[in-house]
Design a protein around this ligand. Structure first.
Ligand SMILES: Nc1ncnc2c1ncn2[C@@H]1O[C@H](COP(=O)(O)OP(=O)(O)OP(=O)(O)O)[C@@H](O)[C@H]1O
Length: 227
C-alpha cells in the first residue's frame, strides 16, 4: 500500500507557472484521477511521481519519504508508468517483458500475459505487427513485470480504437480491484467515473476541486463529458 503526499508542489518551465502550489494526499490502494482542461498541468504533475521530472519547489513524499531522498531507479521500480501510446523496445513479446526484468522466467511471463488478457501463444511472437490494443497490453505487462506498487496511467486508452480501449480499461479495472495504487490522467469523464476512486481537478496549474469521484462536479457534469 503506497500513499503520496504533495506539499506545495510547483513547476515552472521557461518562466511559466505550470503547476502552482498543489497540496494533496493520494490514498494507498486507490485510483486517483487527475483531470482538468487541456494545458492544466496534468501530465506535468504525473511525471513528478516517478521523477521523470522534479518540481521547481515543494515536495512529493511516498509513504512519508521525500522522493528525492530515494534512489531514482528503485523509485521507478515501485512506481511504473504506462503512457498513451505503446512503445515496444525489443524483438519478441517475451523479450519485451524481460526488458525491465531480465531474470523474468517463462512461467511468470505467461502469468503476466494472462493478467493483461492475452493468450499464452503470444509469448514468442514478434512485437512488430501487434494491434494497438495488444501492444498497449504488452506495455502494461512489461510494467507489471517489475512488480510496481503504483501505476501511473497517462491517458492509457486514448490512442486505441473504442473496442480496444474498453478492453484495456477492463483489464486496468481488474488490476485496480486487486488493490494496486494508481494515478490516472484521463480526458474522459466516463472513464474517470468507471476507474477512479478519487479526483483532483487542475485548472491553470492550480488544484481547484478534489474529493471522492461521486462528489466532484467536474466529472459529473451534464452530458458526462468535460472539455
Ligand atoms: N518543458 C516545458 N516547457 C515549457 N512549457 C511546458 C513544458 N512542459 C509543459 N509545458 C506547458 O505546460 C502546460 C501544461 O502542460 P501539460 O502537458 O502538463 O498539460 P495537460 O493538462 O496534461 O494537457 P493535455 O490535457 O492537453 O494533455 C502547457 O501549456 C504546456 O505547453
Amino acid at each position: 500500500m503506497t500513499r503520496f503526499d504533495l506539499r506545495d508542489v510547483t513547476v515552472r518551465r521557461e518562466g511559466r507557472l505550470i503547476v502552482d502550489r498543489v497540496t494533496a494526499t493520494l490514498a494507498a490502494g486507490r485510483c486517483t484521477a487527475l483531470v482538468g482542461p487541456s494545458g492544466a498541468g496534468k501530465s506535468t504533475l504525473l511525471r513528478l511521481f516517478n521523477r521523470l521530472d522534479d518540481p521547481t519547489s515543494g515536495s512529493l513524499l511516498i509513504d512519508g519519504a521525500a522522493l528525492e531522498s530515494l534512489d531514482v531507479l528503485a523509485l521507478r521500480r515501485r512506481v511504473g508508468l504506462v503512457g498513451q501510446r505503446p512503445v515496444l523496445v525489443a524483438g519478441t513479446v517475451f523479450e519485451e517483458l524481460r526488458a525491465g526484468a531480465p531474470t523474468l522466467e517463462r512461467e511468470r511471463a505467461l502469468d503476466l500475459l494472462a493478467r493483461v488478457g492475452l493468450p499464452e501463444a503470444m509469448l514468442d511472437r514478434a512485437g512488430v505487427g501487434l494491434s494497438g490494443g495488444e501492444a498497449q497490453r504488452i506495455c502494461l505487462a512489461r510494467t507489471l513485470a517489475v512488480g510496481p506498487e503504483v501505476l501511473l496511467l497517462d491517458e492509457p486508452t486514448s490512442a486505441l480504437d473504442p473496442e480496444a480501449a474498453r478492453a484495456v480499461e477492463e483489464t486496468l479495472c481488474g488490476l485496480l480491484r486487486d488493490g494496486l495504487t494508481a494515478v490516472l490522467v484521463s480526458h474522459s469523464a466516463e472513464q474517470v467515473r468507471r476507474m477512479a476512486d478519487d479526483v483532483l481537478v487542475l485548472r491553470e496549474g492550480r488544484l481547484v476541486e478534489s474529493g471522492a469521484v461521486a462528489d466532484v462536479a467536474y466529472v459529473n457534469g451534464a452530458g458526462g463529458s468535460h472539455p
